[in-house]
Design a protein around this ligand. Sequence first.
Ligand SMILES: C[S@@+](CC[C@H](N)C(=O)[O-])C[C@H]1O[C@@H](n2cnc3c(N)ncnc32)[C@H](O)[C@@H]1O
Length: 275
Amino acid sequence: MTEEWSHEVTATHGEAPPFDTSVAHVARVYNYWLGGKDYFAADRAAGEQAIKAFPNIVLSARANRAFLARAVRFLAGEAGIRQFLDIGTGIPSANNTHEVAQAVAPESRIVYVDNDPIVLTHARALLTGNSAGATDYIDADLREPEQILAGAAELLDYGRPVAVMLMAILQHLHEEDDPYQVVATLIDAMPPGSYLALSHPAKDIDADAMAKMAESLNKMMAEKVTFRDRPAVARFFDGLELVEPGMVQASKWRPANEDEAASPAALWAGVARKR
Ligand SMILES: C[S@@+](CC[C@H](N)C(=O)[O-])C[C@H]1O[C@@H](n2cnc3c(N)ncnc32)[C@H](O)[C@@H]1O
């Protein structure tokens, strides 16, 4: 992406970006919370309103990224996974999936999927895998899992285990989108020994503040949110074998140090194996 429209401050002076900047979008709001530079005034306003409702959202977003890195390190390391399907990639940040996986196993193959045009403009940055491994990017919607599976088959071999990653994305699928069926369709296409790794904003951690934040985001952001409680998130893992410590608050999933463990993350998170 070019510098002219890569930041809200310069957005109005440089050339127009190829997407609507007047409405907040989750990829850019999340980038704002993470301290990035790829957001516009509407995203910052939505991000700030959310911070007012739930001041821990910034720590929570960071805790989610830390969980992502730990989960990928586990998958590429202990679990021996070499293929990753990361749906809801987001704008590149620290510890992108291919960087973490290929640091452990250079031959790792990663397919990224997102439906936001701004993430697509960053795809080049995500496609810098090393020569031993490979990365690909698909511009697709999670609500059409068959399309994702068909596209990812260009790089991934479904005869070998795949880690399906759904990090902080399922809250954008509502009951009418049949989210459990969407996840089942993805996992059904994978062989035994595959994994599902996911995180999901919690309706029942810091419940009052989370309800206020959901209300605020749903007024200001294009992608609406449905936060879920523990049993509703656990249902995504039905039929799979959760690895230790099971589905827990994101900061409590194998934290690397005391600071990570102490983060007030309002997310449920887990990693599970398909038998
Ligand atoms: C909160 S960000 C999470 C980014 C990253 N997975 C992480 O955990 O750090 C959610 C991402 O999901 C994407 N997303 C939301 N709904 C989607 C859908 N229906 N299909 C594909 N991507 C979607 C957004 O564009 C955004 O980049």
